[in-house]
Unconditional design. Structure first.
Length: 700
């Protein structure tokens, strides 16, 4: 046991000897020892402190850059510097020392380069040592307050300086990254690898486009540099550069270059400037000797100084009759380039075009591959969708995975009446929740011909009625209506629109057509599924919930009421003397009475409530978050409405009435069966005491 204690004590001293030394020296400082510069103890303490500082600095430099220091290690270092600064000040005259600013500089350093907890701890120690030093010198409290304020101020300034520097570095780093990505994208557009209408809202597509463009651009630059560098070395050129032509801005910019000149500048310049401008205007090569004497030092646009240019050749890079750029070569020799050299430069421009065409083809294949992958993913999404809402959501996601579209809608038709099944975008808002007709519209033509329109995916006439006169497509540059066909019948349409032009090219129209076919099948299956589900859960005659589903939903509602502590009321009702109605007027008329009563119940209950046909002429209602008073009020409104109904028959008009029994959770019971039994007893009481009334069980 003693051995362990000694061992731990030994380890602690070895690990923390710097900390202990700092505390020891600080103790002597508080006793004023360092006011006596010539004392032997002062010299010894100073030597020990000097060795400690050297050791600590050396150990800090030995620590790997990736390692982390603990709180105690940082505190040890911070306190050591703090004590050293205090001793230097006391050693050099205390209150009259010229080295007081050391404390302020150290305060800024501690706040900037140490963690907040270490920095604050060291600053508090610094202020304490300042206080002790002034007490030893019997200085005034005002001086202490001023110096403490200075220490705190410099600490805050140091912390702010660090934060501002970090913010500046982050901003510059982000700006540099954005600039580099912008350069790559611009190069990709210049080399015709991508169009200019990539959506900024489709991050996954844009990321894929960015990765592909970056790889292609770097590959092109690598090949171009190899080519121009080879020409430069083989023909002793000052510079060999590929200049790219921007027709819109009428500028030339350096895309790649090999140069030995210190005056070379890779910035954009006017395309029609100097001898190079002649190539732009006439699309022909130039071969100029004795260049310096004839044109002057500033005639080569990519030099910003007096480069010795003896001769210059510039060969246009032509693609399908269009000027893409210029291959420039210059050298110190004043004799013009030979015909063989010009022919070689011309061959080099052909090679530049081959590099671009090859990379475009690769880029196009990869882009098609990306779209095909998204297409298959879209197919899987459609196959997994069951309900109508799921099908609509999957359809929209499927389209967006192939080509981002801002406006989408699915419209289904039934007996010349159309209804919006799902939408995304503001164009279709006027149709939401309505039944509408689409006569004399583009949509009607699609339904009639079962073929997508417009043929090329663009409206020729902005005033064309696409769906109805209330839907405005005049600002949509790209529009496509795809028929939803099952068998030989079009039962709806998939409408896509966007403000960007030429969005639906041939390949995309084909893929979207396949998706529309999948949407049609999935939507038909979903409608069938919902119909079967409706048949399984509703009563065929009344459209109310059937008895089996009533029992299931009642259990769910009761569990929710129990969990939330809310009341819940049950109403059982049946039609008075219904057998007499059937016997007198016939069963078809009896069915009419049942359906009319059911429609009143359906109309009166809320969406959160439950209305069901309980059996025969009997109905049941469960009212969520409703107490006895609320249930009685609703029951009475329903009773009066039924009482006021007039029914037609071959024997003339007649009226009917209903009786209702009410029970409330938790007063009449905690369980479903208890509530049903007591509501049934209240109904029986109403029947026995005159019918055509609503009775609460608690009043029986």
């Amino acid at each position: 046991m003693t051995t362990k204690v000694i061992s731990r004590l030994k380890n602690g001293i070895e690990n923390r000897w710097v900390f202990l030394t700092t505390l020891t020296v600080a103790s002597f400082f508080l006793m004023g020892q360092f006011k006596h510069a010539s004392a032997a103890l002062t010299i010894i303490l100073t030597a020990i402190l000097g060795v400690t500082v050297i050791y600590k600095l050396f150990s800090r430099f030995r620590v790997p850059a990736v390692s982390t220091t603990s709180f105690l290690q940082e505190l040890e270092t911070g306190l050591l510097f703090t004590v050293v600064a205090a001793i230097v000040i006391q050693f050099t005259g205390g209150e009259k020392s010229a080295f007081h600013p050391i404390n302020y500089a150290l305060a800024a350093f501690l706040a900037a380069y140490f963690s907040a907890s270490v920095g604050i701890s060291c600053l508090l120690v610094m202020i304490f040592l300042e206080f002790a030093s002034m007490k030893l010198a019997t200085a005034s409290g005002d001086q202490f307050a001023i110096r403490s304020l200075f220490i705190a101020t410099f600490a805050v300034l140091g912390w702010l300086a660090l934060k501002l520097e970090i913010t500046r570095l982050r901003f510059n780093s982000q700006k540099g990254l954005e600039s580099e990505l912008s350069r790559i994208r611009q190069d990709a557009e210049d080399f015709r690898l991508i169009g200019t209408s990539v959506s900024s809202t489709t991050r996954t597509r844009e990321e894929a486009q960015s990765l592909l463009s970056r790889a292609s651009v770097e590959n092109i630059h690598g090949n171009l540099y190899f080519l121009v560098n080879m020409l430069c070395e083989a023909h002793a050129l000052n510079t060999c550069a590929v200049l790219w032509y921007d027709e819109d801005a009428s500028t030339l910019k350096v895309k790649e270059a090999s140069t030995s000149s210190r005056f070379f500048e890779a910035s954009a310049f006017p395309a029609l400037r100097g001898p190079v401008g002649y190539v732009v205007k006439n699309r022909t090569a130039v071969n100029l000797g004795d260049f310096q004497r004839r044109f002057g030092a500033g005639a080569v646009p990519y030099y910003n100084g007096n480069e010795n240019v003896g001769s210059l050749a510039a060969v246009p890079i032509m693609e399908n009759g269009q000027l893409r750029g210029i291959l420039c070569a210059d050298r110190a020799a004043s004799t013009p380039f030979t015909e063989g050299q010009i022919a070689l430069f011309s061959s080099a421009t052909d090679q530049i075009l081959r590099i671009l065409v090859t990379e475009r083809a690769f880029h196009s294949i990869e882009k098609s591959k990306f779209e095909q992958e998204k297409f298959f993913q879209a197919s899987m999404l459609m196959n997994e969708a069951l309900g109508v809402d799921q099908v609509v959501k999957s359809a929209f996601e499927s389209v967006n995975s192939i080509i981002p579209v801002s406006q989408m809608a699915i419209i289904t038709t039934d007996d010349n009446t159309c209804r919006l099944t799902g939408m995304r975008g503001s164009v279709f808002e006027s149709l939401s929740g309505l039944n509408f007709s689409v006569e004399r519209s583009l949509f009607a033509l699609v339904m009639e011909n079962r073929h997508h329109l417009p043929i090329n995916g663009e409206l020729r006439d902005p005033k064309q009625i696409v769906i109805t006169s209330t839907t405005d497509f005049s600002h949509m540059k790209s529009v496509l209506i795809l028929p939803l066909i099952v068998g030989d019948r079009a039962f709806g349409g998939f409408i896509l629109a966007d403000e960007r032009p030429a969005l639906f090219n041939h390949n995309r129209r084909e893929m979207l057509g396949v998706i529309a076919n999948q949407v049609a099948t999935a939507l038909q299956n979903a409608l069938m599924y919902e119909k079967l589900e409706l048949m399984a859960t509703t009563d065929g005659l009344t459209g109310l919930t059937n008895h089996r589903t009533f029992q299931e939903k009642f259990s769910e509602m009761l569990a929710r009421a129990t969990r939330l502590g809310n009341p819940l009321s049950v109403i059982l009702t049946d039609i008075d003397k219904f057998k007499s109605v059937n016997d007198t007027y016939g069963h078809p008329v009896g069915d009419v009475v049942i359906k009319r009563v059911a429609s009143i119940l359906k109309k009166r209950v809320r969406n959160i409530d439950l209305a069901a046909r309980y059996g025969g002429e009997e109905f049941a209602m469960v009212l969520e978050s409703t107490d006895t008073e609320g249930a009685m009020a609703l029951a009475e409104r329903i009773r009066q409405e039924v009482e006021n109904e007039v029914f037609e028959s071959e024997l003339g008009e007649f009226k009917a009435s209903i009786s209702l029994g009410i029970a409330t959770y938790p007063i009449e019971g905690m369980h479903k069966q208890q509530l049903i039994e007591k509501a049934d007893k209240a109904l029986y009481y109403a029947k026995q005491h005159g019918r055509n009334q609503a009775v609460y069980f608690g009043n029986t």
